[in-house]
Design a protein. Structure first.
Length: 569
């Protein structure tokens, strides 16, 4: 009996201990333990699409612009409010790749366009040494070759006829007045009448009615100034002739590249007329003046052309490798990484946090273009990682997420700036008109018309008088004119519509910015964007109509794209 009672007590004690231990190890929270109480309620953060720095725990209106707040994605809570976050799969689909900033030597390869020109030191004017009427002309067309000493014309001269009569009379009394005879002979020699001709006149006792004019130099006729029957004065130019055994090649050097081109630099060049052949020469002269309209100077090389292979006006494409004398090493980034907003250059910089693929817009100061890279003066450090390819896709994602992007980027000193007087703005109207005609032709897949309108655009750009832009407007205009001039220089070389469309992209970027600054058309314009244009890099264009008509694909994908911004509304 006692044994059974003890067993029962032991069983109850074990049960109580088990319950206590179970409560300690497996028991849930109680009202007496508020520190470990959990809740399924989700905490939300609300932000403004235009001002992502605004963070509030509940919906409402932006305290800056008054717009309704939108919920912030959970992923964005962990990153900078001004940064855009992308997953690895999104980066692959968008073609986004990055580049780590580093030092590089300041070697630059500059592409130059030029033409074969006549050597001015080998160009001459053939003058008439006899006054009178052209009785016979032997030079009949431009491009004809004349040889030194060749008779090029016969001239009848009353003055020469009377001087011949004086010669015969002076000869008859030369024993009495030898000085008179020598004086008359010298007068004829001043007209380049040869001794043989003078002796022939004396021997025959008859005067000649016309005299020959002989070529002073050998060369090709480049311009005729007289025709049969014309009266000429002594010293008047009959024709212009050029010796093409030695020619010049003049290369165009943009103002931004002047500091890189020096006398003595070697230029490797090709000529379209001789495919597969490569030539080289040395710069022996650089123009001390810059064309005020095109902002271009010329670099010259001399070429021996004894074979006559090179013809004036042949197009030449050359490259020159140069090293800047200052700061031999500098930071550089690929030019594909850079986007422009007005006169400012911006890049997307990756967050240093490897666990979070986020990118933030940053303004940089660019130095000279080094081939396919820009040197960096300020804004980046060695080791920082930036977006190299797919920058427009990243920017498009930032716009959709309401983050700062190139289209909304604005510096404080740029706000409410007044630029351009009436004449300056009016001078841009023709340029915009040509741009829209080029765009319309690209939409229609009409390469011939598009190239013609592109050439009109280039000519209209060259005619704009930069003097019309004063003060701040001058600086703003130059920030647009320089990249436009670089883009249009390749228009003449576009061989198909795809090459022309590639050139159209950087031109469009500048035209969009220009329309914001100057508004020359005084109407509503639309900035439109296609993420698939230019090999999926994405590209913008400007339109007068909100309807999307894609100039980068034409009929193939005419509706690809969307309106990104309405300008001048």
């Amino acid at each position: 009996m006692n044994t059974n009672k003890k067993n029962k007590i032991r069983l109850i004690a074990a049960l109580v201990v088990g319950l206590i231990l179970g409560a300690l190890f497996f028991g849930g929270p109680t009202e007496k333990d508020p520190q470990i109480v959990t809740t399924d309620k989700k905490v939300e953060t609300w932000t403004c699409s235009m001002h992502p720095q605004i963070r509030q725990p509940e919906p409402g209106q932006c305290p800056i612009c008054g717009m309704d707040l939108i919920p912030l994605e959970s992923n964005d809570l962990e990153i900078d409010p001004n940064a855009i976050s992308l997953s690895e799969s999104a980066m692959i689909i968008a073609g986004v790749s990055t580049y780590i900033v580093g030092n590089t030597s300041r070697d630059k390869e500059i592409s130059l366009n030029g033409k074969v020109e006549i050597n001015e030191k080998k160009s001459y004017g053939q003058a008439s040494h006899i006054p009178g009427r052209i009785e016979k002309i032997m030079v009949t067309f431009t491009g004809e070759y004349v040889k030194k000493g060749q008779v090029v014309a016969y001239v009848y001269s009353p003055e020469l006829s009377s001087t011949q009569q004086e010669l015969l009379e002076a000869y008859s009394i030369k024993d009495i007045q030898p000085q008179l005879f020598e004086s008359v002979k010298m007068k004829l020699k001043n007209w380049k009448v040869s001794d043989a001709t003078i002796n022939s006149i004396i021997k025959s006792g008859k005067t000649q009615s016309s005299f020959a004019i002989t070529a002073d130099v050998s060369g090709y006729i480049i311009k005729k100034n007289v025709e049969l029957g014309d009266y000429v004065q002594r010293g008047q130019t009959l024709y212009e002739v050029a010796d093409l055994s030695n020619v010049w090649i003049l290369f165009e050097v943009y103002e931004t590249d002047i500091d890189w081109v020096k006398v003595g630099n070697k230029i490797d060049y090709t000529i379209a007329s001789f495919p597969g052949e490569t030539f080289s020469g040395t710069v022996n002269y650089i123009d001390p003046f810059i064309n005020p309209s095109t902002r271009i100077a010329t670099a010259r090389i001399e070429v021996n052309n004894a074979s006559g292979k090179l013809k004036p006006e042949m197009f030449v494409t050359g490259t020159i490798k140069s090293t800047h004398s200052k700061n031999k090493n500098t930071l550089s980034i690929p030019k594909t990484a850079v986007m422009w907003t007005g006169k400012r250059s911006i890049v997307y910089v990756k967050s240093p946090d490897d666990e979070n693929l986020s990118f933030k817009l940053r303004e940089v100061t660019l130095g000279p273009l080094l081939g396919d890279s820009y040197s960096i003066v300020d804004g980046l450090k060695v080791g920082e990682e930036i977006v190299k390819n797919g920058t427009f896709n990243v920017d498009a994602a930032a716009q959709l997420a309401g983050k700062p992007s190139m289209m909304s980027y604005e510096h404080e000193e740029d706000k409410n700036k007044e630029v351009g007087n009436v004449k300056a703005v009016a001078s841009l109207k023709l340029l915009f008109t040509s741009y829209f005609k080029m765009k319309d032709a690209l939409v229609k897949d009409d390469f011939t018309t598009a190239k013609s309108k592109a050439e009109n655009f280039k000519n209209d750009l060259s005619k704009i008088d930069m003097k019309l832009f004063e003060g701040d407007s001058h600086k703003v205009w130059m920030s647009y004119a320089n990249p436009l001039n670089k883009s249009v220089q390749y228009i003449d070389h576009a061989k198909n519509i795809e090459e022309l469309r590639t050139l159209f992209a950087p031109i469009s970027e500048v035209m969009i910015k220009m329309s914001k600054s100057f508004n020359p058309l005084d109407q509503m314009l639309y900035s439109q964007f296609c993420p698939m244009a230019i090999n999926d890099q994405g590209a913008y264009w400007l339109s007068k109509d909100a309807k999307v008509l894609n100039p980068y694909f034409g009929k193939a994908m005419i509706k690809c794209g969307e309106v990104k911004e309405t300008i001048n509304k």
